[in-house]
Design a protein. Structure first.
Lengths: 391, 598
């Protein structure tokens, strides 16, 4: 009997590794223009021909993994770049490469500057059932600072179109701590969001990623970063209003109406498997992460050579994988699923990190029970410090 | 043979061109080829080259055919030029018959040059004055020569004018060395007596002693002993020092070279000790060196407590190259196990710290330096302490005495006011003013040593626009009003941050240090109260507010690797911190006390 646990554990691993991918990410690396704060891989100023060439190669890449994707795909996410530059025909072609679960969540990120009514309606007909709308702000001045190609009016118009097209799961992205914002900007954006009444809201504090134009401007003193404390106050303000309007914060930056969490992203935080297509896209299986080349040219060459990811465990040891599990799980307000941890690794999280966990509980930073280990909600803003203590 | 040997050192203030002059001599005598010439060839420690100063004395043998057609052996024994290293200078001087006194033609005589010169004169060395850097536009060779002539009471014709940079005058200097510096005395028939004037540690060969044969001779395979030691050693290898070690079968009276016995034990070879033969033993040792007394103490602790043994090992090896270094084990509640290290001065402390980090890869925390205090208890007993935490203010203390120095400061007349103001701030007591010439004065002062061991020299340089120079000697102990100042973090005393300070300065200091710590201690998950206290009386307080924001906004599939890297980096930074109660203290906090005036 003593060996049973071990035996069981190895079976779990075998089961996991033979499982097929049911969460898919597709990266579309083209934009109208590069936003000065964005560090995702994207190319701007390309023409239609380049798009369609890219689509055909992307489809061959998906073909390389044909046997590895589930016939009941649960989520598909078109991210970018600006995937709303795609035509509905192209979307359809890509979607035909998969077969979906009946409740599948299929999302496209939409830039309000790129979407016309016909296209959004056509998207809906292809089976797209969730839209992530890159609003950022309802204040035109903010949008100019952020280098966005759309106006607040475009946002209202696009949102109306989406609703009339039939979308009943819309997410809005908001940016806070944009240079020049005041508490009034935050309140205004929160209230305007609530008026539109989307199902989901993502709120990001503006981050100055290295190698972005904003980072350089910050370094050279051409823009001023909002003070950390003020950023926090803005976030708390936004969060408070959204919560009063019926949203629930379920992750560091994500809020939703009841039952409207992003299934695709939850899978990432739940340490699930996913397969990513397109340049710079990540895939993950049993904690082993693989990345496609950043550069379009190298990415395309890989496809021509028929290379596919190998998810056999290599350098990554289980201790590191456990850390990833905790790091991701703690981002959720419900916390790390203690039973899932045991199911995945065969050991209890309290056996692995008990001492550190106890200390943090005593300091009033986290709470723990036999179901979840979680950060106290008012301490979510110092998650990194807490994670550093545990892992 | 020995009549063609000249042993000499060079005495100079920092930046007066000693190293460049040595380089030029190495070139002129063909000791170093043009190809191998890099600037300041003798300064082979990385740190020395960076700081442009010679920390550690070195020796080199040069062959030179003089104008008289004879071939001479010139042994140059290099000396350090900073106030902290007087001891090393005196060691070098003891192995020489002559000294070349180098003075910058644009700067004139500096305080340090004076004190080293006095050391050389006490040892009856023949002094050759050299006015260097005559190529500089600001050079005033005639004026400076006058200062030197006044000082030495020598003749106009004794002064050599050089530009080490261009090589001008260097040949003349070599000729002067041969004609003026006496050849070594000593008796080749007497039993071996060799002075160990320096040593270094080589990881392959063990301890390498630098020796000067005073009497007799030494041969490879001789059996030798040290006067301070009972054990007998085999001479594994001897030789002379060119740019590399050059093996020889024997070293004769008057010669300077190296000795390897194969011992790896640092304490076997003591600088200042005398080497003799185990059979034909000399009756008595050569006059050794006075055991050097450290002036400044600080705690040195490994950042990672597990590195205690390697720190011990590194200090042992450092001591081989630097016999002035002393240390004893110390334990701190905040920092764990480490050492109380004694230094000659603050620069010496900085150099030890840097050498530990660079040459021995140690990450260490250096605590606030202090001097040795005499504590008189009401029972009449006296205790000496060199660690603030040993000062228990609760006991019946009759009086506390601290060491004082007699200092001479050479400055331009226009900066006298600023120098005096600084001296007053440092509890200096004015003694006298002497004019060197119309523009330069020697100010004499007494100071408590504790007031000059840190940043005084830097401050002096800045108030005098770099012109003032400073030197001192210990004059004795005097009673003053000293108190122990504690620093508390969230109510917990941090022993490694305690300081002994004059009562009148305690409030100001306490306030400044709290403010400084507030800037240095990063915000943490909780508020952190910083307090300064004398006994149970809190005299200053600040708070580091709890961290508000430390979270990455986005973490989707593509962000995980980046997020992990970020956390690893953050953890690495955390590792460098010292955990004190619930507070993480960066290493700079311990250095902050040093820089409280900035």
């Amino acid at each position: 009997m003593q060996n049973f646990g071990c035996l069981f554990f190895s079976k779990v691993i075998i089961f996991v590794s033979s499982m097929k991918f049911s969460h898919i990410y597709i990266h579309f690396p083209f934009c109208l223009s590069k936003c000065p704060y964005c560090d995702f891989y994207s190319v701007s100023g390309l023409n239609k021909d380049a798009f369609s060439d890219y689509i055909s190669r992307l489809i061959s890449e998906i073909g390389l993994y044909r046997g590895m994707t589930s016939n009941k795909v649960k989520s598909l996410y078109f991210g970018g770049g600006t995937p709303s530059l795609l035509t509905s025909e192209e979307i359809e072609k890509i979607m035909q490469m998969f077969s979906f679960d009946e409740d599948a969540e299929i999302t496209v990120e939409v830039n309000p500057a790129t979407a016309d009514e016909d296209k959004l309606k056509a998207f809906f007909k292809t089976g797209i059932n969730r839209i992530s709308l890159g609003v950022q702000s309802f204040i035109n001045r903010d949008l100019r600072v952020l280098g966005r190609k759309h106006s607040a009016e475009d946002v209202y118009r696009t949102f109306r179109i989406l609703r009339s097209a039939g979308y009943d799961n819309i997410s809005i992205d908001l940016m806070i701590a944009v240079p020049g914002q005041t508490p009034a900007s935050i309140i205004y954006n929160a209230m305007e969001t609530a008026l539109l009444d989307p199902e989901h809201v993502s709120v990001y504090i503006l981050t100055y990623y290295e190698e972005t134009l904003f980072y350089k401007m910050l370094e050279s003193g051409r823009i001023a970063k909002t003070d950390d404390d003020v950023e926090c106050e803005y976030f708390d303000l936004m969060s408070e209003i959204l919560c009063r309007k019926g949203y629930h914060r379920y992750e560091v930056s994500n809020f939703s109406k009841s039952g409207m969490n992003s299934q695709h992203n939850l899978n990432v935080w739940n340490f699930g498997n996913y397969l990513g297509f397109g340049p710079s896209a990540y895939s993950c299986k049993s904690g082993i992460r693989k990345k496609n080349p950043d550069e379009l040219v190298e990415y395309l060459r890989n496809i021509d050579e028929g290379r596919i990811h190998n998810f056999r465990p290599s350098g990554e040891n289980s201790a590191e994988t456990k850390k990833d599990f905790i790091m991701l799980g703690m981002r959720k307000t419900e916390g790390v699923d203690v039973r899932e941890y045991k199911k995945t690794f065969g050991t209890s999280i309290y056996d692995d990190y008990g001492g550190k966990i106890k200390e943090l509980i005593l300091k009033g930073l986290i709470t723990a029970d036999d179901r979840f280990l979680k950060v106290r909600e008012n301490r979510m803003n110092i998650l990194n410090s807490i994670l550093c203590e545990i892992i | 043979m020995k009549k063609n040997i000249r042993n000499f050192c060079i005495i100079a203030h920092i930046d007066h061109g000693k190293s460049t002059l040595a380089d030029r001599m190495l070139q002129l005598t063909g000791t170093i080829s043009e190809r191998d010439m890099r600037n300041q060839a003798l300064d082979n420690m990385e740190l020395e080259q960076e700081r442009g100063i010679t920390i550690k004395s070195h020796a080199v043998t040069m062959n030179y055919t003089a104008a008289d057609g004879e071939e001479y052996i010139l042994n140059l024994i290099d000396t350090p030029g900073h106030v902290d290293f007087t001891y090393e200078v005196s060691r070098s001087i003891a192995a020489c018959e002559g000294a070349v006194l180098v003075v910058d033609a644009s700067q004139g005589i500096e305080a340090q040059t004076l004190s080293n010169l006095y050391l050389a004169m006490e040892q009856d060395l023949e002094i050759i004055p050299v006015i260097n850097k005559i190529d500089l536009p600001a050079a005033q060779p005639e004026n400076v020569a006058h200062q030197v002539i006044d000082l030495l009471g020598c003749d106009d014709s004794d002064v050599v004018f050089t530009s080490a940079k261009t090589g001008e005058g260097v040949n003349e200097l070599l000729e002067k060395i041969i004609s003026l510096i006496p050849h070594p005395k000593g008796d080749s028939d007497k039993p071996l007596q060799a002075l160990i004037f320096d040593s270094m540690y080589d990881q392959f060969r063990g301890v390498i002693a630098y020796i000067r044969i005073v009497n007799g001779a030494i041969n490879t395979k001789d059996k030798i002993k040290m006067f301070n030691q009972d054990s007998v050693f085999d001479v594994e290898e001897i030789g002379i020092l060119k740019m590399e070690r050059v093996k020889k079968e024997r070293l004769l009276t008057g010669e300077v070279g190296y000795l390897i016995t194969g011992t790896k034990n640092v304490s076997d070879i003591k600088v200042g000790d005398t080497v003799t033969l185990s059979k034909d033993t000399a009756v008595k040792p050569l006059p050794g060196y006075q055991d050097i007394k450290p002036m400044v103490y600080s705690g040195v602790f490994p950042v990672d407590t597990e590195d205690y043994d390697s720190l011990k090992d590194s200090l042992e090896k450092l001591k081989l190259n630097d016999s002035s270094l002393t240390y004893t084990p110390e334990s701190s509640t905040a920092l764990g196990f480490g050492f109380r290290v004694g230094y000659l001065g603050l620069l010496h402390m900085e150099i030890i710290h840097e050498r530990l980090e660079r040459e021995y890869n140690m990450s260490v925390i250096n605590t606030f330096p202090n001097v040795t205090y005499h504590i008189y208890l009401s029972g009449g007993e006296m205790e000496t302490i060199n660690n603030p935490k040993e000062l228990d203010m609760g006991r019946n203390i009759e009086k506390i005495e601290e060491p004082f120095i007699k200092a001479q400061i050479i400055t331009l007349t226009e900066h006298i006011g600023a120098v005096m103001k600084l001296s007053l701030e440092r509890r200096g007591v004015y003694v006298s003013t002497d004019y060197l010439d119309e523009t330069r004065v020697v100010l004499k002062y007494t100071f408590p040593l504790s007031e000059v061991i840190f940043d005084f020299f830097d401050r002096l340089k800045s108030v005098s626009r770099g012109y003032a120079s400073f030197d001192y000697e210990i004059s004795g102990y005097e009673a003053t009003q000293m108190v122990r100042l504690d620093i508390l973090l969230n109510g917990e005393k941090v022993d490694a941050l305690a300081a002994i300070i004059h009562k009148d300065k305690a409030y100001h200091y306490g306030e400044k240090i709290c403010k400084k710590l507030k800037d240095i201690i990063p915000r943490q998950m909780f508020d952190c109260a910083i307090q300064a206290a004398i006994g149970s009386r809190v005299i200053a307080r600040t708070t580091v507010k709890a961290l508000r924001k430390d979270v990455l906004a986005k973490c989707y599939g593509g962000d995980i690797s980046r997020k992990r890297k970020l956390l690893e980096k953050q953890k690495k930074g955390k590792k460098k911190m010292k955990q004190i109660g619930s507070i993480e203290l960066p290493q700079e906090a311990f250095l902050a006390l040093l820089k409280v005036d900035e």
